[in-house]
Structures are given as structure tokens and as C-alpha cells.
Design a protein. Sequence first.
Length: 76
Amino acid sequence: MWFLIHSLCGHGKPSSKRIYEALKDHIKEEPTVIHDSDNSHNYLIEKLNLNSTVYKTNTKDESYLKNMTMINNMCS
């Protein structure tokens, strides 16, 4: 999914509207969006009446930071 968002939204942290515009035509009825509680997901979830599951990040966990380094570098 990240690749789809990246190719449709571009670089950097996408806004709520960019996420919505990029994904609205690619989401089937009533799926669950799994995300990191970033507020930019809320518009998409609300507008398309999606289920939401949140996994809050733990920036004090070295394993998490190591695993996220690549994706964070790509989004910067």
C-alpha cells in the first residue's frame, strides 16, 4: 500500500486531501484502514465510512526506529 500512496501522492508527509484523492478510487467497500493515528488519515476514513485500527508508534523502541528508518528516509 505504501508504494501506491507514494506513487500517487508524491514525496513528503501527505495531507488529508492528498491521501483521500490518491486512495478513494482504490478502496473497496468497508475495509479496515490500519494506520499510525496520524490525523491525515481521518478524512479518508470518515469520507468513505471505513473501519479504523490504530497502532501507536513507540519512538523509544530501538527495534521500531530501526525498522522505520528506510520508510522515513523515503518520505523525507
